[in-house]
Design a protein around this ligand. Structure first.
Ligand code: GLY
Length: 416
């Protein structure tokens, strides 16, 4: 089969890497891909919002299956376009993608289908929001309704800070149209878990759990990022908790999709927080694979990834028997100094000395005159599999020393 993967991050690199091991894959294409992906697939530079051109490329290259990495094209309806053109696609249509595209839509979906989530109010102007935040305990959570590249969740600790955040959204228009409406939510104390599920129209199957480290600095300090590292499995999640999550979150979500007539075929990534009373609350739905969760989960998957994708798009998830490597995977993101704020750019990178049993997934990299440079905030993801998290960490941090990349910034406590 000919496969097209859309996206350019570490998530897409890990997907392409795994697809490349499938016996039934004839060719892999990626738009726009990255230098790591280019080593194992045909990459084509194209803007992901140019849907017509992408469809044309898929038709010309006889693509049988498309995997959509990032959320924006899904929210913009690219999956519907592929379907209309007779091309199979892993990823939901516009209706399903709204679960990520609108935080208000997804919150209302949770409430309607009796899925536990934090209390909230919706505001569409600063004055009402300022009055409203007085009703919430501190810290509180402010979320812009639309997509914001992972930066649309603010957790002010004081009313002063909350008012500053509201000014940023409503006066300075920092999030554009995404900030036209906001949610203010209760903050829930607990530990976070990422559950990525394969979903077709009749079934929901969780992949192995992961834990994302979202804050920029060690000890969960500093600003939120897209994710600075992950561990899989999430060793804080017990089997008992997983069965509660299955009953209270996954099955209710599937039933909700069915009741609302949302035909979903793809991955649904559920961000959860487990509170002090051991109750799972949904923080958010994402309609795509997590980054860097995927870089820790995919290397543990024993199944043929193309078969996994095909069973999902063909509505045959009941025939899928997932098998996992029992070892622990840890991924540490190497970001460019300054990330998630203004970061250094065009820094030379050398990966020559990295051990062969450690995976280096590219994210923000580029090639110029045959040499590798940084080209984004999150630049590389280093993943290792080992008998336990301590060994995996040891392998990673030893190899990070061997990666020549000036001003690299990373957390030292991933996996702990
Ligand atoms: N790691 C969080 C995300 O992919 O949204």
């Amino acid at each position: 089969m000919n496969i097209l993967v859309l996206g350019s991050g570490g998530r897409e690199h890990s997907i392409v890497w795994k697809l490349n091991q499938s016996k039934t894959v004839r060719s892999i294409h990626a738009i726009p891909g990255n230098p790591g992906i280019a080593e194992i697939a045909t990459v084509f530079e194209m803007n992901l919002d140019d849907h017509e051109k992408i469809i044309k490329y898929a038709i010309e290259n006889e693509i049988d299956l498309v995997i959509v990495g990032p959320e924006q094209p899904l929210v913009d309806g690219i999956a519907d376009l592929f379907t209309e053109n007779g091309i199979k696609v892993f990823g939901p249509g516009k209706m399903g993608a709204k679960l990520e595209g609108s935080k208000i839509f997804s919150k209302e979906f949770m409430v309607k289908h009796d899925i536990k989530t934090s209390g909230y109010e919706i505001y569409s102007n600063k004055e009402d929001a300022i009055e409203g935040i007085e009703k919430f305990k501190l810290p509180l959570v402010i979320k812009v309704d639309g997509l914001a590249a992972g930066k649309g969740v603010l957790i002010p600790k004081t009313i002063k800070e909350a008012k500053e955040n509201l000014s940023l959204i409503f006066d300075e228009n920092k999030f554009g149209e995404s900030g036209n409406k906001i949610l203010v939510e209760e903050f829930i104390n607990g530990f976070e878990a990422s559950i990525l599920c394969l979903v077709d129209e009749e079934h929901i199957i969780p992949l192995e759990s992961a834990r994302d480290y979202k804050k920029a600095y060690d000890g969960d300090l500093g600003p939120n990022t897209g994710g600075m590292g992950t561990i899989s499995p999430n060793d804080k999640l017990t089997d008992e908790m997983m069965s509660i999550i299955d009953k209270e979150v996954l099955q209710k979500t599937l039933q909700g999709l069915k009741n609302d007539g949302i035909k979903y075929r793809g991955v649904l990534f559920i961000g959860l927080i487990i509170d002090d009373k051991n109750e799972p609350y949904i923080l958010e739905y994402n309609v795509r694979f997590g980054d860097p969760e995927t870089q820790s989960i995919i290397p543990r998957m024993k199944n043929d990834l193309l078969d996994v994708f095909m069973k999902t798009v063909d509505n045959q998830l009941d025939e899928l028997n997932l098998e996992w490597d029992e070892r622990t995977a840890v991924t540490v993101v190497l970001a460019s100094d300054g990330y998630p704020g203004n970061y250094s750019k065009d820094i030379s990178i050398n990966l020559e000395n990295v051990d062969k049993d450690v995976f280096v997934f590219h994210a923000g990299t580029k090639i110029e005159n045959g040499l590798l440079y940084s080209n984004g905030g999150r630049v590389l993801g280093v993943t290792a599999l080992a008998e336990n998290k301590y060994e995996a960490r040891e392998m990673i941090y030893r190899n990070i020393e061997k990666i020549r990349f000036d001003k690299k910034m990373y957390r030292n406590d991933i996996g702990l």
